[in-house]
Design a protein. Sequence first.
Length: 262
Amino acid sequence: MHVDIDPSSPEVRLIGALSVHHGGRRLPLPPGSHRLLAYLALHPDGVDRRYAASVLWPDVDDGRAVGNLRSALWRLQRVDCPLVSAEHSTLRLREGVQVDVARMEAWAARVLSGAPNPADLVVDPGPIAALALLPGWYEDWVLTVRERLQLRLLHALEELSRLLRRSGRPAAAVEAMHVAVLAEPLRESGQQALIEAHQAAGNWAVARQQFDAFRRILRHEIGVEPSPELTAAATAPRRRPPLSSVPPRPRPGSRPELAKGG
């Protein structure tokens, strides 16, 4: 996936780790502001102040939670570029602030709809190598989005692999599926897409090795075998190109009419 980012606009990144980038550099974030910034980045339509306070500080009473929210908001306003729009009862990111999650979800939607633009088919595994939203964060509001986002991106990578194979780019399809399999090695649909990409690239031995490795992992981890569909796809004999329909050239000295059977 190739992503064009406007360096003149601040960007909040949640994939891999929370960070803010603006003007080609990473901005320092004040302690105590991280959770509020992440929560606002995951709710682009804005949030109610009191509700956000109760979600972010569930173990204290309402008055203390609201006070914590005011403190976190004050800290965020000390960042070098403005990030938050604060109204009487609502908080949201300022217009123009980019969020990597929103951009990736838009990419996945285009790929899964079957209407990607050319840039969507450029495999750049760097930004999505981990496929992990805020790793190390275990709040319920993070876990729900993390699971949904990872599933969405894995579906999109599998579809991207199919689109690349159809367009005659099996090597790029292999690269895309390596990203997905690295993120979720027990996902059979991803393993099958990787195996089929290897076969499309002519790497039948590598495809069989991938299948054998996956079968060993399944047996060791959960004590099951790959599905019959995957087994059939991975162990099918290598397809040979069809024989040419052009008749053999006559041998030197032979008569054409005799070569034709006349």
